[in-house]
Design a protein around this ligand. Sequence first.
Ligand code: SER
Ligand code: ZN
Length: 576
Amino acid sequence: MAKESPKEIFLKDYKLPDYYFDTVNLDFILKEEHTLMHSKIHVINRQGTLSPLRLDGVDVKLLSIRINSKVVKEGEEYSLSSKHLILHHPPATQFVLEITTEIEPQNNTALEGLYKTTGNFCTQCEAEGFRRITFYQDCRDVMAKFTTRIEADKSLYPVLLSNGNLIEQADLPDGRHYAVWNDPFKKPCYLFALVAGQLVSRDDEFVTCSGRKVALHIWTPTQDISKTAHATYSLKAAMKWDEEVFGREYDLDLFNIVAVPDFNMGAMENKSLNIFNSRLVLASPETATDADYAAVIGVIGHEYFHNWTGNRVTCRDWFQLSLKEGLTVFRDQEFSSDMGSRAVKRIADVLRLRISQFSQDAGPMAHRVRPHSYIKMDNFYTVTVYEKGAEVVRMYETLLGKKGFRKGMDLYFERHDGQAVTCDDFYAAMRDANNANLANFKMWYSQAGTPVLTVSTSYDAAARTFRLKCRQEIPPTPGQPTKEPMLIPLALGLVSPKGKDLAITSVHDGESLKFLKDEHGNGVTTVVLRVEKAEQEFVFADIPERPIPSLLRNFSAPVRLVSDISDEDLLFFTCS
Ligand code: SER
Ligand code: ZN
């Protein structure tokens, strides 16, 4: 078999797949020495192309291939390499592809694909683990409806789980049994999951806003089940919060969480079968700190929120990872803020960003929120894609306001439910829902490096004006020696020496004068300036006394702020 060497993949080379998968039937026969796997895929040749169909597959033993029940032969009809199975002449319309393979989960130490952990079978398919299960088009934009049959020894593996609803379950001869799961929602294969083993569950129920009952199960090995009360609480709180804050209702009658000890990814949002590393689910008053409890809320929320931001609307390709991760981190941050202290959460998140992400952005690993190329996608699950990505989402909210942001989110779901899309689609939904001018905001996705925002201020007592000069520079990063100015939202207040926010009634941004009013017709106490140019001056009129500027409120943009504000004035904020 030919060995393939690693290949760099570029965003600019993206093209729509020639072949779509419509329905996928997977049949797993789990045994101790190997797992036998049969897949039956309804393939649609999108444009009647004559191009070959390339399937991904790693460490998978091929036993047979059939197209429309007819055996396909090696050589003329297909060829096999260490990473691919290529069908040379698939039919030009629709056809049924059946592949039988064998894998060895018990020897799979990659912790991706199907593997064993403390005696149980478990999967992790993000980013590219499904290709270790069977030959498949392991692409985000190939979305199919999966039906999964799992067969195993009943005493060793009494619990058999996969995505969607359980539609059939029965005993078989020789102490074996099977379960069939059907997921009615189309999904890319990275959201596939299977768990088989000796697990017990904590069961609960959630009634959705439209009155539908959802059965909730948190599965763990017996000894851990007593530590799942907080996870259950967190899950129910997340389900309610997503309804109230984003209008997103859960869409199946069942939601499963499994906690396993060996799990590299931390946690994974597989459709209706979230899998977690135990440390992010289990908590007991004897051993867990407040921070542990807060982490469980955050991560349970994060994975649950992916059901809409990641699963219902997914990524077109892995370059768009921040589309689901930046957005979902933002959503879990907001959830945790609402569940606890907003200020404490924001301070913790900003500290983390400044310590970890700013350092990444300043070093040899600096990369864009939307990377332009990768060799191994697993290396891009970074603080830049996640945390800086979340800041990019937060900036939309800062620029558009809470209501405007929600309008953008609603339009995003309305346009793209059931689709695999890009960061540009998210940007367009935000812009179009608000008829907003977001010119040069999109560069936040494509320019790496932390912008340096230098602010100098002056007060003219006679003219009662306060001036603020801004200069933005984005330092060079590997492969990006020069940068363009971006739209930076700079939230600020002007504070009187007595410690009161002054009313700001107008601002001149160098081009035009804008009047500012709150809902009662008074001036505002926090204004969001649009810093768009390399250098820009803002002038505030009618400022009765020398104010102390409070800059970058709520850390309104992920920038390094340099200002001429004196130590004395900075100290004023800590004392007032
Ligand atoms: N998709 C997973 C998550 O971020 C990977 O860890 O939730
Ligand atoms: Zn995530």
